[in-house]
Design a binder for this molecule. Structure first.
Ligand SMILES: Cc1cc2nc3c(=O)[nH]c(=O)nc-3n(C[C@H](O)[C@H](O)[C@H](O)COP(=O)(O)OP(=O)(O)OC[C@H]3O[C@@H](n4cnc5c(N)ncnc54)[C@H](O)[C@@H]3O)c2cc1C
Length: 429
């Protein structure tokens, strides 16, 4: 084995390439090295990230890559990507309304476009375009306004009329006799989908390769503070771990973690469900969303229709939601695309979404020195994963926010400088 390592350059972080694929064919593809280590926790790190979802792992990766900070641990209570990262409907786009959000989400889309190459891991970004349908005159006005706002921010966004919609997505019925006639749509051609698990795994592998310790089954149960109230580390199910800087990136539990340091957050935590149909031949090769009918759907590479539901009406930390929400979802899908009426559904699941009052995230410092938060991404944070990690790494490394992240500080809930994205972030993930 050691000889093979010397001869063929095998290491724990073998580069994926055509050459490595061919080389591993010699051992029937059975001898690939592990993608990341499983180390024991050290006593002390420079930075601890709580939460091993895409955002936490991306933060660790960019801390190491962009800022040279490698004494970093990512603590995950379950398994990597087992939270919302592995449960979402994978829609990626950047056509949000306000300038602050446009800067944030377009930074993300730009990072997405180079991500597979950067991580040496295929995150299967498929820029198949995202349609957001308008069914009423107010829908049309809001959609056109968003398109104009996007264009002022340099984002590729267009208004498309029904005839073009029929060409983009032929299974949509554009006849005007429908209960919800399609009057037009916003169209972002650079939007699409990506493989969610691969995003978590790709960031994990790349962060590990740069020396980050990834600790799974390591639940944070308390936040330690010194006499001055400054953060000094965390209590975990695997013992105490010290660090002067702790970043909470624990979607679904942001306020639970913050409460451990006596910080109260303006967050509602709700179950959010999705479901997939049995696989069928290709019928939708873009992402279709409708706020009025309340449905968003795309087709996976395996042929399943991937359908997103709305949030449940109550706060909950259970990874399951009400059946009536799914029932309504199926009704909405058949309303919009009647040919799906006889399609069988294969499975459904839920994640836990932390939602801020203005449907925008919190990225930045807390009143507790050394404690930072990246959360409140609600129902639409998957698309933000690269920028969220990139910006939060900057904040942790420099102790101050990057200009793109600055408007998303916690104190906007006291200053009133909210970034209301309900229109762009509602059903439209
Ligand atoms: C059904 C559904 C559909 C969605 N669709 C889309 C979509 O199409 N497009 C889009 O952009 N977004 C979508 N989202 C939202 C998106 O999934 C999330 O905003 C995003 O994945 C959040 O990523 P994360 O890395 O912060 O969270 P997560 O992946 O949830 O990671 C947080 C991690 O923290 C861990 N954790 C929690 N508490 C502790 C603790 N005490 N100690 C240690 N670890 C802890 C959790 O186990 C979890 O793994 C959807 C969400 C759901 C649920």
């Amino acid at each position: 084995m050691e000889l093979a390592r010397v001869l063929f350059g095998r290491s724990t972080v073998a580069r994926y390439s055509l050459w490595s694929l061919a080389r591993n064919a010699l051992s029937h593809q059975e001898d690939w090295p592990r993608q990341w280590r499983s180390p024991e926790p050290a006593e002390h790190y420079d930075v601890i990230i709580v939460g091993g979802g895409g955002h936490g792992l991306a933060t660790a990766y960019y801390l190491a890559k962009e800022h040279g900070i490698t004494r970093v641990a990512v603590l995950e209570k379950g398994w990597l990507g087992g939270g919302n990262t592995g449960r979402n409907t994978t829609i990626v786009r950047s056509n949000y309304l306000w300038d602050e959000s446009a800067a944030l989400y377009d930074k993300s889309l730009t990072l997405w476009e180079g991500l597979s190459r950067d991580l040496n891991y295929n995150v299967m970004l498929s820029q198949r375009g995202v349609l957001n349908l308008a069914h009423t005159l107010p829908d049309v006005r809001a959609g056109r306004r968003r398109v104009e706002a996007n264009r002022l921010n340099g984002i590729d966004s267009e208004w498309v009329e029904p005839a073009r919609i029929a060409r983009i997505c032929p299974i949509l019925d554009i006849s005007t006799s429908r209960r919800y006639p399609i009057l037009g749509a916003t169209w972002q051609a650079r939007g699409g989908v990506a493989r969610h698990d691969a995003v978590a795994w790709g960031y994990a592998r790349a962060a590990d390769a740069r020396g980050v310790d990834i600790l799974q089954t390591c639940e944070v149960t308390g936040i330690r503070r010194d006499r001055d109230g400054r953060v000094s580390g965390v209590e975990t199910s695997r013992g105490p771990i010290g660090a002067p800087t702790v970043g909470i990136v624990a979607a679904g539990h942001t306020s639970v973690l913050a409460a451990m340091a006596d910080v109260r957050l303006p967050i509602q935590t709700r179950p959010l469900q999705a479901l997939v149909s049995e696989p069928i031949k290709p019928v939708i090769d873009c992402v279709v969303m409708s706020g009025a009918v309340h449905v968003y759907v795309s087709q996976s590479d395996k042929g399943e229709l991937v359908i997103g539901a709305g949030i449940d009406a109550y706060n909950s930390y259970a990874q399951r939601g009400g059946f009536h929400v799914l029932e309504r979802q199926i009704a909405a899908l058949t309303e919009l695309v009647p040919i799906t009426a006889r399609l069988r559904m294969m499975r459904a699941w839920a994640g836990i979404a932390d939602i801020c009052p203005d449907a925008s995230p919190i990225i930045g410092a807390t009143p507790v020195p050394g404690l930072y938060i990246n959360g409140g991404w609600g129902t639409g944070g998957f698309k933000a994963t690269p920028a969220s990690g990139w910006l939060f790494a900057w904040t942790l490394a420099k102790g101050e926010p990057h200009p793109i992240a600055a408007p998303f500080s916690l104190d906007r809930f006291t200053t009133g400088a909210l970034i209301d994205e309900h229109g762009a972030a509602g059903v439209a993930h």
